[in-house]
Design a protein around this ligand. Structure first.
Ligand code: ZN
Length: 410
């Protein structure tokens, strides 16, 4: 086992300067070993991407499996704990080494960078990040500016909008501004991914993402290219990129937009084509997941269903809220239109919340069913309405609004 770190280091393939995580290894009962990416594990099967095919292996045929997707279960509490404290050269170095030993080569870099923040002269961190020694100093590459000292590099990133590149297992964050803020954004994204998969993967059946999601964060609102007057941060499905900017050290709407990316990429991977998800589910779930996290930078705590009171109020206080049928028919574009925009978000959000926390297990099951179907282009408004409200849409509407009203106030 002592060889593992070396082996992983040798397996690392550099793509654009970023390491790639090694495959998982599945050992079958018959003794055969398969290497690929574990996409999903349920009580009955293990799904594996193996040489471009997706295998569903009955769980009784699997003796054991190991690799980076397994190590994540042990990694996530460590990631959370690390970002609840300031950078610490010793602790961050230790965690980076742990990541490397467990095949989490991309995540390891986050912790090497933190070790460097605590101790800018750390030779171990510089070496691990591919920096060059020069005399007493270490130099690092800055896009378009050659090799610079750590301090110079930080100044260039801050003042000239030169992006840092921070890879993690599921994201490829590029952004200008303070390195601390970028690292915190990267950690928040991985915690979001983990919370979403923890909560919904088994019920809705979506696979581990095979390609990291691109995230571009500008240093400030001034340098941020806006799509139109009403759009803040956004996710572009065409380029599979989340675009945001820093405001007071936090990336604007990061978790909300990253949720769009995670869903879109997951559905594309399953369909091998363009998804078409109901607008209410896309927006409602993004609001729901973002609201479920508290505000701690880098290490927000997830509590499913933590209410967004402002959005609940938007539904509870709407003079004429839209009917269930209307909300189920909203398309994503409807949310960009400025007419009653806040109410639309409020109702999409309160619906997603009500289905899961309204105290009716049959609605929670229906929600998972709709979420699963939406990833396969099999969700229709008509069927969803029937599933949720039966033949009494007014009664459903009243209970749903009462739920929003109850959570609108502290
Ligand atoms: Zn959105």
């Amino acid at each position: 086992m002592a060889l593992a770190p070396l082996l992983f280091a040798a397996l690392a393939v550099l793509s654009g300067g970023e390491p790639e995580d090694p495959p998982d290894t599945v050992l079958l009962v018959g003794g055969k070993e398969l290497q690929g990416v574990v996409l999903r594990e349920t009580s009955s099967t293990l799904a594996l991407r193996f040489e471009r095919r997706d295998l569903e292996i009955p769980i009784e045929e699997v003796r054991t499996w190991s690799g980076p997707r397994r190590s994540r279960r042990d990694y996530l509490p460590r990631l959370h704990a690390a970002f609840r404290r300031p950078p610490d050269a010793g602790l961050d170095r230790k965690l980076a080494a742990w990541c490397t030993a467990n095949g989490l080569l991309r995540d390891a870099r986050v912790h090497w960078w933190r070790a460097l923040l605590a101790d800018p002269r750390s030779a171990a961190a510089h070496r691990a990040l591919g920096h060059r020694p020069q005399g007493e100093e270490w130099l690092l590459p800055v896009e378009g500016r050659g090799w610079r000292s750590f301090e110079e590099a930080r100044a260039l990133h801050r003042e000239e909008n030169r992006p840092w590149g921070i890879p993690s297992a599921h994201f490829r964050v590029r952004g200008s501004g303070e390195l601390e803020d970028l690292l915190a954004a990267s950690a928040e994204l991985e915690l979001l991914y983990a919370a979403y998969y923890d909560r919904y993967q088994l019920g809705a059946g979506f696979p581990e993402l095979l390609a990291p999601i691109a995230v571009e964060i500008h240093a400030s609102a001034d340098s941020f290219p806006r799509l139109s007057g009403t759009v803040d941060a956004y996710y572009s499905p065409a380029t599979a990129t989340v675009h945001s900017y820093f405001f007071g050290g936090r990336a604007s709407q990061l978790l909300h937009e990253a949720m769009h990316a995670i869903q879109d990429r997951g559905a594309r991977q399953m369909l091998r084509g363009d998804p078409s998800m109901p607008g209410w589910l896309v927006e409602g779930l993004a609001c729901y997941m973002a609201a479920s996290f508290d505000d701690a930078p880098g290490a927000p705590r997830f509590e499913a269903g933590r209410p967004d009171r402002m959005l609940m109020r938007a539904h509870a206080e709407a003079v004429r809220p839209a009917s269930l049928g209307r909300v189920l028919r909203y398309e994503s574009g409807d949310f960009a239109a400025s007419t009653r925009q806040h109410e639309k978000y409020g109702q999409a959000y309160s619906l997603v919340h009500f289905l899961q926390h309204g105290g009716r297990p049959e609605l929670e099951a229906a929600f998972l069913q709709i979420l699963a179907a939406s990833h396969l282009r099999r969700s229709t408004a008509q069927a969803d309405e029937r599933l949720l409200a039966g033949d009494d849409a007014p009664a459903f509407g009243a209970a749903w609004r009462a739920h929003a009203a109850a959570l609108a106030e502290d």
